[in-house]
Design a protein around this ligand. Structure first.
Ligand code: IPM
Ligand code: MG
Length: 357
């Protein structure tokens, strides 16, 4: 029996509601498979912890997490704590401290979910966005001078390194190679940003020569939004910088019907450290505590976690269960249903029990 140590960090807003749902689905899978066990430890880090202790997690937080096989993360953000504190106090130190440089965001239109794009249904939109997750526009470089004076300046420096770009490009080409279409689109803005982005284009061409069986093309990020909207079938695997992919993945989520179903995996491909799995949607204060948060993004990221841990069959079983349930119309209000978080979760757990792959 394989046992995996999982650190669950539900954190803020609807995070605790969706992580509780995700853990229920994972327990059903453990029982159904009977071949692995998840040893889950819950951590109470986040904005409430910040208000009590002046920091989002203990000083030794990163060190503590090193002992785990994966991190199952809810959401950070609270109405009364500045966003840059919650983000830089918990989620980014984990991503950067564990060098989780590949952020993987699959998008599909699940059965029963209606895309805002006319005539586009399941099968027409099947993408994986690979987001560079360690540098670029999120490097944290820059500063403020002459604060509050008329001559105040603020700089936000995007950093691109040959090592950073090469490794994410290799990851993206390898992922594209593993998918049936073997097709990668490299997104930059190398017409306007003539240094780092031109280097991206050059490194893409270099790495492409290592993958002769992968077809690839290039898009400028602005034109990419048009292609995603008007020609979704023309895309498969996509790689972009930290900020560009942040924006494109919100668009992808919306085109697939809701950000409430969009998952993300923060991966250390070299497996030196634990990887982190989370829904993209954030803490959603407007619906916190109402019991209607969509748990599907958390189920999907749980499937990514299982796949990363080597439990591929359980990952497939979980996604099949989710698709059965959305196909049956058991959905939360954000995707047009009237079910609660618990009702969707119970239906998914039941579909797991009933599945026979
Ligand atoms: C995401 C989110 C975050 C990001 C926010 C919460 C800072 O939008 O995961 O896409 O920009 O990375
Ligand atoms: Mg985002």
């Amino acid at each position: 029996m394989n046992t995996y140590k999982i650190a669950a960090i539900p954190a803020d807003g609807i995070g605790p509601e969706v992580i509780a749902a995700g853990l229920q689905a994972l327990e059903s899978l453990e029982r159904r498979e009977g071949t692995f066990r998840l040893d889950v430890t819950q951590f109470d880090w986040g904005s409430a912890y910040y208000k009590a202790n002046g920091r989002m997690m203990p000083d030794e937080g990163i060190e503590t997490l090193k002992a785990y096989d994966a991190i199952f993360f809810g959401a950070v953000g609270a109405p009364d704590v500045p966003d840059h504190i919650t983000l830089w106090g918990l989620r980014l130190p984990i991503c950067q401290g564990f060098d989780q440089y590949a952020n993987v965001r699959p998008t599909r239109i699940l059965p029963g979910i209606v895309s805002p794009l006319a005539g586009v249904g399941p099968g027409d939109l099947d993408w994986v966005i690979v987001r560079e997750n360690s540098e670029g526009e999120y490097s944290g470089h820059g500063g403020r001078a002459h604060k509050g004076l008329p001559e105040e300046v603020g700089t936000e420096v995007a950093i691109f390194t040959r090592v950073g770009v090469t490794r994410i490009m290799r990851y993206a080409f390898r992922l594209a190679q593993s998918r049936p279409r073997k097709f990668l689109t490299v997104v930059t803005k190398s017409n306007a940003q003539r240094h780092g982005m031109v280097m991206w284009d050059e490194i893409a061409a270099e790495v492409a020569s290592e993958f002769p069986d992968v077809t690839w093309d290039k898009m400028l990020v602005d034109a990419m939004t048009v292609r995603m909207t008007l020609n979704p079938r023309s895309l498969d695997t996509i790689v972009a910088t930290n900020l560009h992919a942040d924006i494109l993945s919100d668009l992808a989520g919306a085109l697939a019907g809701s950000l409430g179903v969009a998952p993300t995996a923060n991966i250390d491909p070299e497996r030196r450290y634990p990887s982190m799995f989370e829904p993209i949607h954030g803490s959603a204060f407007d619906i916190t505590g109402k019991g209607i948060a969509n748990p599907v993004a958390t189920f999907w990221t749980a499937a990514q976690m299982l796949e990363h841990l080597g439990e591929g069959r359980a990952a497939i079983r979980l996604m099949q269960a989710v698709e059965t349930v959305t196909g049956d119309g058991v959905m939360t209000p954000d995707i047009g249903g009237s079910a609660t978080t618990q009702e969707v979760t119970d239906a998914v757990c039941e579909a797991i029990r009933a599945s026979n792959i």
